[in-house]
Unconditional design. Structure first.
Length: 281
């Protein structure tokens, strides 16, 4: 016979379990569509915007400390009308893309050399490990002394920032490729470059993409370091100039633009990742 007390205890649990499963099913259904994913991704930014508006209008902060969102929007319109907004954005994006391309290419090259050869690992490993620990701002005086206040110094600094994440992840990933896969490739007559492209590269594609995405984020960080110190245009210059002039609205605008551009470029790498995984993995 069934215990009535036990039945009455289990019934609410089953009902709660079904309700929880239903809620999870709703979120899973929403997140499975492109529109649903967009809606979910907008929840936090909108919540931050609302909290920002409430904090700015509550009187807890002065306008100089935290301007309301409409003031930041007005500052963006003003810079747009003066032809400065697109100019600053374009200059910064150009610097990041060039520096990232140079740094990532060198990182891939040296990472592959070090990851595939113990001798080159011993030759480069310790020196690159020491250089990786040097803060970004420590390079600035030397670059200004060597390359002056021009595009060369800024792009070089960004390339340095992009180099080490790619180099580190690629070298580490290649060192840990399954030896059985490598030996299997060799039994089929694969050697050198053919072995690399057929066996080793597909095995490290996810790590390579992770390194590239980290390097791109580093490129934006190093861009700000370069433009804060020696620049007359760009988003880093906008940050410093606005701080000196007490324009907090423009400071926040520059931060928002850096966040949006960083996410946009990372999304482009995400598309490349999907193609690379289909191609090699």
């Amino acid at each position: 016979m069934t215990d009535p007390a036990r039945t009455s205890t289990l019934a609410p649990r089953k009902a709660g379990s079904r309700a929880g499963s239903a809620r999870r099913g709703v979120w899973a259904t929403v997140g499975s569509t492109r529109t649903g994913r967009l809606v979910i991704s907008l929840i936090l930014p909108l919540a931050i915007l609302l909290a920002w508006q409430i904090a700015a209008s509550s009187g807890a902060f002065t306008v100089g400390q935290l301007p309301p969102p409409e003031m930041v929007f007005t500052a963006a319109i003003d810079l747009w009308n003066r032809g400065l907004l697109l100019t600053f954005v374009g200059i910064s994006v150009q610097r990041v893309l060039i520096g990232f391309a140079i740094g990532a290419a060198l990182g891939l090259t040296f990472g592959a050399i070090v990851g595939l050869s113990k001798i080159w690992d011993q030759f480069f490993g310790a020196s690159f490990g020491a250089l990786r620990a040097v803060p970004s701002l420590a390079w600035v005086p030397l670059l200004l002394l060597w390359l002056k206040i021009g595009e060369e110094s800024k792009i070089t600094l960004i390339a340095i920032g992009a180099f080490f994440p790619v180099y580190t992840t690629v070298a580490s990933a290649l060192k840990h490729v399954d030896r059985q896969l490598v030996e299997a490739g060799r039994t089929f007559g694969l050697t050198g470059f053919s072995l690399f492209t057929t066996v080793q590269l597909p095995a490290v594609v996810p790590s390579v993409i992770s390194g590239l995405r980290l390097a791109l984020a580093q490129s934006w960080l190093f861009l700000v370091a370069a433009e804060l110190i020696a620049s007359s245009a760009g988003l880093g210059f906008l940050l410093l100039d606005s701080q000196n002039n007490g324009r907090t609205d423009r400071v926040i605008l520059a931060i928002i633009l850096l966040a949006v551009l960083g996410k946009a470029t990372d999304s482009l790498l995400g598309l490349f990742e999907k193609w690379a995984v289909r191609r090699w993995a």
